[in-house]
Design a protein around this ligand. Structure first.
Ligand code: OFO
Length: 168
């Protein structure tokens, strides 16, 4: 049985993961509005991936006999100044999510909840990938330095992204 402290913290994280999905969908809408459809598609796939982060934790809370409490999802930012602005924001966001996951691991250790500690290791590895993915795109965008043809090339390459949900 999940203890109340862990249950509350995991419910907060479920909300944060849904917020991530919402924020990346907002970034996708922004890219569609400025006709960068490859980047829009890439962000839409990212939003799908975030939904799986949320539901994986949701399933875990139930598996431990806990109660999932879904709360209000904050409205995300809607406009950015440039693709660089979007990806700086996104990369910073992923670093914050990593800090949240690390705090959850600290709590699982403090509460001697080995099952939660074990479950959270998946998120620890996932955050390594998330930060790497976003920093790679950010570096490419920095390299082209707002040059239109460079951005269009990156846009085209990003259109290829397809998210495959992880096996349960
Ligand atoms: Fe982007 O990793 Fe979840 O929030």
């Amino acid at each position: 049985m999940l203890n109340v402290k862990l249950q509350d913290a995991l419910n907060k994280q479920i909300n944060a993961e849904f917020f991530s999905a919402y924020m990346y969908l907002s970034m996708s809408a922004h890219f569609s509005a400025v006709n960068l459809n490859g980047m829009a598609g890439w962000m839409r796939e990212q939003a799908r991936e975030e939904l799986t982060h949320a539901t994986k934790m949701y399933d875990y809370v139930h598996a431990r006999g806990g109660t999932v409490t879904l709360t209000t999802i904050e409205a995300p930012q809607q406009k950015w100044n440039s693709p660089l602005d979007v990806f700086q924001h996104a990369y910073g966001h992923e670093q914050q999510v990593t800090a949240m996951i690390n705090n959850l691991v600290d709590l699982a250790i403090a509460e001697k909840d080995h099952a939660s500690h074990n479950m959270l290791q998946w998120y620890i590895s996932e955050q390594v990938e998330e930060e790497e993915t976003f920093s790679e795109v950010l570096e490419k965008i920095r390299m082209v330095n707002n040059d239109a043809s460079g951005l269009l090339m990156i846009n085209k390459e990003m259109a290829l992204r397809q998210f495959t949900p992880p096996a349960k």
